[in-house]
Design a binder for this molecule. Sequence first.
Ligand code: GLU
Length: 283
Amino acid sequence: MPTATRFAPSPTGRLHLGHALSACVAYDLARASGNGHFLLRIEDIDSSRVRPEYDAGIIEDLQWLGLHWDGTILRQSERHAAYQQAFERLRAMNLVYPCFCTRRAIHAEFASMGGAPHGPEGPTYPGTCKRMGCEERNERMDSGEAHAWRLDSQAISNLVGTLSFEDQRHGCIGVSPELLGDVVIMRKDIGVAYHLAVIIDDAHQQINLISRGEDLLASTHVHRLLQAALKLPEPLYHHHALLLDAEGKRLAKRMDSLSIRQLRDSGREPEELLNQIRSFASL
Ligand code: GLU
């Protein structure tokens, strides 16, 4: 099977150097394999943050960089039926539960516990709504109270057993279901959350080599659990190093990090920029 990689930006801002690195790594991995495909997926599920001009900016910047994608662009905003179907399957398997907690209630729970188990992305959900009796749960759902849906990490782990994933840079990694805990897979406000949408679309686009920044390494543990429960194919992974500024802060987190458009407007040439990115990626 030919290698298929993807670049999956969210149109919530202009692309910056960190994005160009991700796109370039995915592009090069596909091209290096000879007959591979490099696909573009626009992750525009968060309707409260996406803007059409950022969507157009992604296309403009990739074209300027010369990172041409194959086939048509997939937009997540057009895929809600597929996400809903996957969610219903998880629900039928009793792998999810509704969560009525507000952010404030979760923090109050952490405080009353005198701390909480810490994952790489902060404290993991303390399981408040998992312990809720079915009567109260049904009543609150019937009354229309807003709720998210969380993945029951214990239940899914019991179902799928021991798992691992193979990463081209990090080797074979054993999946830890408790690393991110009971993550939200359907959000209260916008519906499907990143973890569910991403595995459905990677399978749909037949991506067999997923490259992305190593800030998403922890998420891959959740993705493998979901893939196994939904019987989706297991891709190979390549989590690349992140570009940091002089103080060691991630570029993506910096509001003032230079966008590709600004670099272009300041006279930088795409080839020179990509050479610089490639020499970083090969370190
Ligand atoms: N949309 C995600 C982001 O921009 C990409 C996630 C992924 O590559 O899996 O961070």
